[in-house]
Design a protein around this ligand. Structure first.
Ligand code: ASP
Length: 312
């Protein structure tokens, strides 16, 4: 029997201080929902999915309702699930589904594939009774305003090579530009799971696929634990950050050391902006980030966010 535990994150980036309470509270509530699933004997997979569904429905976070907008002002979501027995389900460029993480589980349970993208995600949702939504209902005012501000500044975020090469976290972690969510859990049976969901990055090129649905890049799970990443997807995928951290867990490196070494590796190799959470198979949890903020939640209480310290 294992100690059933969950940890969630609400995205690595730069969060405006006035939104801090909402991020902390949102991450804490999602962790409590996942922990309740575990406490009543539910699986790690069910726990991470229910935690992420809650965050997809919370307009604060960059996933489901409240997602970041593409260059042409639309929402395109990615989501991912994986379990310790190496089962995977992922969806990408999802436009009409209220909770993309539920569709990722359909890919895992009902198809022979791992990642399904684009228009056919609607067909899959219809075939399995997954709730659809008017794409406009996924867009919230705060993101629309942010999108307009960034467009007015002439930013072609993630398309402009100068921005891509920027060393300034204020560029690559622009406020309200990234707040993907993820959850890692271990259940009483010792099963481990990870789930992630995102609207990607503000002003992303339509059709851009981020790290979240790419196994081993944004998320990974196996018998030794689970890892969920967030931040600049292009940097994360260059170093396969989740798998890098998972491999350290597999080698027996303690989870706190594994997360901080993973961020050091990201910084060293690609000077990237990202954060990650991890859990090992015994239920030990940790997180690390190279960005100014990462909201992290556990059921025992909200965890402070800001790269070690509370923002002013
Ligand atoms: N990693 C996500 C992406 O690049 C963004 C985020 O974490 O907020 O799609």
């Amino acid at each position: 029997m294992s100690d059933a535990k969950i940890i969630v994150h609400g995205g690595a980036g730069t969060i405006r201080p006035r939104l801090w309470a909402a991020y902390r509270e949102g991450a804490h509530v999602a962790a409590c929902i996942g922990q309740q699933v575990l406490n009543r004997g539910g699986s790690a997979l069910e726990a991470v999915i229910e935690a992420v569904v809650n965050m997809e429905d919370n307009p604060v976070f960059n996933c489901g309702t409240g997602s970041c907008l593409t260059l042409d002002g639309r929402v395109e979501c990615d989501a991912f699930v994986m379990t310790n027995d190496m089962r995977i389900g992922a969806v990408s460029i999802v436009t009409n589904v209220k909770n993309p993480v539920r569709l990722a589980r359909i890919v895992m349970d009902h198809t022979v594939h791992h990642v399904i993208a684009g228009e056919s995600t609607n067909r899959l949702a219809d075939a399995h009774g997954i709730e659809k939504i008017d794409p406009h209902a996924l867009i919230v005012d705060r993101r629309r305003r942010r999108w307009q501000e960034m467009m007015d500044r002439g930013l072609e975020f993630m398309v402009d090579p100068e921005l891509e090469a920027s060393d300034d976290p204020a560029d690559l972690t622009d406020e309200d530009a990234m707040d993907t969510v993820g959850a890692c859990a271990v259940d009483k049976e010792g099963n481990v799971a990870v789930a992630g969901s995102t609207g990607g990055i503000m002003l992303k090129y339509p059709g851009r696929i981020g790290d979240t649905p790419m196994p081993g890049a944004g998320n990974y799970a196996g018998p030794s634990g689970a890892v969920a990443c967030t931040g600049h997807g292009e940097a994360i995928m260059r170093v396969c950050l989740a798998k890098y951290c998972y491999d350290l867990l597999e080698q027996g490196v303690p989870v706190a050391e594994a997360t901080s070494r993973s961020i050091a590796h990201l910084t060293d190799k690609v000077n990237g902006f990202a954060g990650l959470i991890a859990i090992d198979s015994a239920g030990n949890r940790a997180w690390a980030t190279s960005t100014p903020n990462i909201p992290v939640g556990v059921a025992e209480g909200a965890v402070d966010i800001s790269n070690g310290q509370q923002p002013a």
